[in-house]
Design a protein around this ligand. Sequence first.
Ligand SMILES: NC(=O)c1ccc[n+]([C@@H]2O[C@H](COP(=O)([O-])OP(=O)(O)OC[C@H]3O[C@@H](n4cnc5c(N)ncnc54)[C@H](OP(=O)(O)O)[C@@H]3O)[C@@H](O)[C@H]2O)c1
Length: 310
Amino acid sequence: MATLLITGATSGLGLHVAQQLADQGRHHLILPMRDARRGLALADALRQGGALAVHTPELDLASLHDVSRFLRTFESAHALSSIDGVLLNAGVQSAQALSFTVDGLETTFAVNHLAHLMLIQGLMKHLAPGAIVGWTASGTHDPCELMARLSGFRGARYTGAQALAKGEHDAGTSDAQACRDAYATSKLCNIVTAQAFAQTWAETGWRFFAFDPGMMPGTGLAREHGALTQWMWQHVLPRLARILPGTSLPASSAAVLSRLITDLPAATPSGAYFGFKGQRLTPARSARSSWVIEDLMRTSATLLTPFHPN
Ligand SMILES: NC(=O)c1ccc[n+]([C@@H]2O[C@H](COP(=O)([O-])OP(=O)(O)OC[C@H]3O[C@@H](n4cnc5c(N)ncnc54)[C@H](OP(=O)(O)O)[C@@H]3O)[C@@H](O)[C@H]2O)c1
């Protein structure tokens, strides 16, 4: 039996991953989520689907105090158990204007990057030998990604983690563009963090990766967009997924991601970045910049200091 912890399992990609892993009938799934009632219903369904055990502890990634509380609770509930895989998959995308969490941090940076960083740092002591940790990133971080460009993304704009946390963006940028930039940059942070962890923990046997699931219309990610975009996203684009470049369906990307999180190919170096067909990808140049890696990890540590559980 493998114990796997997955964030963002209530819908979209994460739900498909959880269902596919449950189908394999040999996993204990820990699925932190912010809605306890949905958690109970999902746990029942996944147990019926074949999961050996399912826990759905409450966790709101938009509050770093809640991440801290989650880690303290986890400590007492699972002190003796070890985790074989962690998939940091939950994600949000603002559409009209940037928003801020209860901690005063820009929401996409806080949820997609900082909260996950704090979570995995707190879980490291629970990792089993050979454990695998993955981040769901996105091709939107890359200014050369065709479908992302057609959707209005212009790649990550890493101006420093302090500026990202405050939601500062280039003068003259529209609110909608600032939302796309913030999302793409938060996904760059995921790729950078996977590489940084691979370097830091190189001698441990733990392995890290980042994953681009492709554009996956039909998931909940477009929930903040206008009615027409949502209709296209839910009803039109999924029918075109097979012919559009860089586009996938959540179930197909989940099949690849489920394999990576349980059986990362031994030959691939830790910190690698994979595409939705399981192929190795080269992240955009900014994701490989030593200044970006250094600034992100150092500043994130400073931003997280007040929230660390004692
Ligand atoms: N769809 C795409 O085209 C695409 C492309 C590239 C990368 N991705 C990435 O794929 C991952 C999954 O996204 P998706 O497309 O499957 O979208 P989704 O259906 O909206 O799933 C997002 C998940 O994140 C959870 N989440 C959001 N905010 C949270 C919070 N504050 N606390 C706890 N959980 C929270 C959601 O839970 P609730 O149900 O409680 O909101 C949901 O389970 C994300 O990291 C996204 O950036 C998606």
